[in-house]
Design a binder for this molecule. Structure first.
Ligand code: SAH
Ligand code: SF4
Length: 367
């Protein structure tokens, strides 16, 4: 008769995982079982991509957003934030800081805006970042849905990775989490991901975990979506409610935060076992629930950390969710606190490297 331990081991070492295997892994709650899951994920990371953790300096460029996602604290209808856009000089300062700290890459993230002036502005910033870093800074963008020409213009200016979370892969659930209009269209988000891929970016996507109305089967679908779309990078973390958003009314229906956190770690580990050579970020939302959240993410198989290098005075206005960490700290504090704890997972910080997704390199070879 198959014992429980045997069953887990059999799944963890299988070459083809089925939906029910994925579900089984996501539902593990016993500490000993989860330990096994995380150890297997960590072992795969170590074997295929090494113990290196890559830093991406995150610049929260602007909280101006034309969209109204029902979960997000900087949605257009929330008037409780002071709107900002970081000046070019401040962006350059932040990039210099990242380069001095020997982070190989930066991420420019912001609310979504689509107009010519904004597009050109971002293009010129990408060029300047490339110039001042002598081409050394890797640039990732996370600026939402755009048209093909815009994605292409930014790629040609020097950005080489793009993060666009699908948020949830179930179209029916997507509708419940977004206003029902053309601006919030699941199919369009999918088309954008495809454009990003076709242009030649390293493609990053991701989901929120523990959303209202979301089921375990939805999360299994999310993992299958990432696999089928053959993404290069994933950033996913727990959904955290924000009082100034419509979804806040469903907070009593949610898993407790700790449960969402645990589920997020199970998702990371399961994804590592499913897609062995991709880059997986250990996201700030993990840290919002547990002070050692990101380090635990590394233990569960993640290999990317995104230290926030946004100038301090803007951070209070980029609250995507409640309790976002490091809002009152300056960038140095953040770097120091991170440095101290990074050894926790037994990982090694890779300095001055872009840390491109191995999966992307292999995908290009297959082309
Ligand atoms: N506007 C861009 C990028 C900024 S938002 C975009 O939407 O793609 C970056 C991510 O923050 C989103 O993709 C979403 O997954 C996450 N996010 C927003 N609100 C959140 C919340 N309440 N809890 C957890 N993550 C959230
Ligand atoms: Fe805007 Fe992104 Fe927030 Fe949606 S998730 S409201 S697009 S910043």
């Amino acid at each position: 008769m198959e014992t429980i331990t045997n069953k887990i081991e059999n799944i963890l070492y299988k070459s083809e995982l089925t939906r029910s295997d994925l579900k089984y892994m996501l539902l593990l709650t016993e500490p000993a079982d989860r330990k096994q899951l995380f150890e297997r994920a960590y072992q795969i990371k170590e074997e295929l991509i090494g113990k290196k953790v890559y830093y991406r300096g995150l610049i929260e460029f602007s909280n101006i957003c034309s969209k109204d996602c029902l979960y997000c604290g900087i949605r257009r209808s929330n008037k409780n934030n002071d709107l900002y856009e970081i000046t070019d000089d401040e962006v350059i300062e932040a990039v210099k800081y990242a380069m001095d700290a020997r982070f190989g890459s930066v991420v420019i993230q912001a609310g979504e805006r689509s107009n010519k002036k904004h597009t050109r502005h971002i293009t010129s910033l990408i060029r300047r970042i490339k110039e001042i870093s002598n081409g050394n800074a890797g640039i990732t963008l996370s600026l939402g849905e755009q048209d093909e020409l815009t994605y292409r213009e930014w790629f040609e200016a020097g950005a080489h990775r793009y993060l666009l979370r699908i948020e949830v892969s179930n179209p029916e659930l997507y509708v419940k989490l977004h206003p029902n209009n053309k601006m919030h269209d699941f199919q369009q988000r999918l088309r954008c991901l495809q454009m990003i891929k076709d242009i030649g970016y390293q493609v990053g996507t991701g989901v929120m975990i523990g959303l209202p109305f979301q089921t375990i089967d939805d999360l299994v679908d999310d993992l299958m979506f990432m696999k089928d779309f053959d993404v290069d990078m994933v950033g996913m973390g727990p959904y955290i409610e924000h009082p100034d958003t419509p979804l806040y009314q469903y907070r009593k229906t949610l898993l407790p935060r700790k449960g969402r956190f645990n589920l997020a770690l199970n998702m990371i580990a399961t994804l590592r076992i499913l897609m062995k050579d991709i880059n997986i970020a250990s996201t700030t939302a993990l840290q919002a629930i547990d002070p050692l959240g990101r380090e635990k993410g590394l233990k569960a198989g993640a290999n990317i950390i995104m230290p926030n290098i946004t100038p301090c005075r803007y951070r209070k206005d980029y609250q995507l969710y409640e309790d976002k960490p490091c809002v009152n700290e300056n960038p140095d504090d953040c770097k120091d606190c991170l440095e101290k704890r990074i050894g926790f997972a037994g990982d090694i910080v890779a300095y001055d490297e872009w840390g491109d997704s191995r999966h992307f390199e292999r995908r290009m070879l297959r082309k």
